[in-house]
Design a binder for this molecule. Structure first.
Ligand code: UVW
Length: 338
């Protein structure tokens, strides 16, 4: 089902900008569906062409390796209530042998990748018009195995908006769901002396994970994190830069909860679908309409320190999800090679 290295099927061969997606007819309007073929399962990962992976060699300077993953057991109790904590059982068949297994593993409970099954758009559906009845265990459609069988490797680019905002005297408020506009991302890139190249795996460091790991007061029981602004211009920015993956060190890439969002869906406005914690989420555009793989809870602090020292923010990046047929998400298994 996968279409590795698919070329965009567009008139004239040029890659359409976000606003051009709204010129597309009928069901395709405002979506990337069909751009990489009707059976495509990879979405923006198609930007990671062999030529771009090869060119990413140029980002390796010292060979230092920086893993970007939290422990699988990091959050106990779980950071999102319905994603339980793992139980790791080590046992032996005799005194001189050990095996182990994990029970209750929620694939998005720690540093993760969200695959294309994770969200559909309530008015439009799932990426490439996938049949929702097939998005179940044991079926391949939009499953994370398609990503695992391809692998994620290429040029990674850290966008350290957290440090930039501190440097300009406007620190991000880690205690609330502050919406970070794309203007701040552009300003960060300029401040770093970096620019995004097509196919980049971008890593947006807000500083939230570092703050959260210090154990802030959560006595009101509400999880909040700053993140990308919930607006169409954020989606356009990600699409027009042709990023292959957008990852971050916060809970949802976008601000959480999405209470200040200006994104609406008809199904909720007309009352055919009840509002929920997903109301207003940018996920509903990025994953199903644009086919963007998202990374969350990536550990970016050591990488940020190393990038500051070397004065450059591009790295060679790999992330290898579990080869799980029909998986919705996966531990990211991400690492940067400097
Ligand atoms: C949230 O919903 C907070 O994030 P995700 O489901 O993408 O992990």
């Amino acid at each position: 089902m996968t279409t590795p290295q698919a070329r965009p099927q567009t008139s004239g061969g040029e890659f359409p900008r976000f606003d051009r997606l709204f010129d597309r007819p009928g069901r395709l309007r405002g979506t990337a569906w069909g751009l990489w073929g009707p059976a495509d399962q990879l979405g923006t990962l198609n930007h990671l062409t062999p030529e771009r992976v090869l060119a990413a060699r140029g980002s390796i300077v010292t060979g230092d390796v920086v893993p970007l993953n939290l422990p699988l057991t990091e959050f106990d109790p779980p950071i999102i209530a319905h994603r339980g904590s793992i139980e790791h059982i080590v046992f032996g068949l005799n005194d001189f042998h050990r095996d182990d297994r994990i029970d209750n593993l929620f694939l998005q409970a720690s540093t993760q990748l969200d695959g294309l099954r994770h969200f559909g758009h309530p008015d439009r559906g799932f990426y490439n018009d996938a049949d929702p009845t097939r998005l179940v265990a044991g079926q391949p459609d939009l499953g994370i195995q398609a990503v695992a069988q391809r692998g994620i490797a290429g040029r990674g680019l850290l966008i350290d908006v957290g440090t930039y905002r501190e440097a300009v005297g406007r620190p991000i408020d880690q205690t609330r769901n502050e919406q970070i506009p794309v203007e701040d991302l552009d300003a960060t890139l300029e401040w770093q002396g970096s620019s995004i190249q097509p196919g980049d795996i971008i890593m947006i460091r807000t500083g939230w994970l570092k703050y959260f790991r210090q154990g802030p007061d959560r006595s009101d029981g509400v999880l909040r994190s700053p993140g990308l602004r919930q607006s169409e211009d954020t989606a356009a920015w990600l699409w027009d830069h042709q990023v292959s993956v957008a990852a971050s060190d916060n809970i949802a890439l976008e601000a959480w909860p999405a209470t200040d969002s200006n994104l609406t869906v008809d199904a909720e406005l007309t009352g055919t679908m009840p509002k929920s914690s997903h109301s207003g989420m940018l996920h509903r555009i990025l994953i199903p309409l644009l086919g963007l793989t998202i990374g969350e809870l990536w550990v970016l602090d050591e990488l940020a320190a190393a990038c500051t020292l070397r004065g450059r923010y591009d790295v060679f990046l790999t992330a290898q999800p579990l080869n799980l047929l029909g998986g919705v998400g996966s531990p990211a298994n991400a690492m940067a090679i400097l």
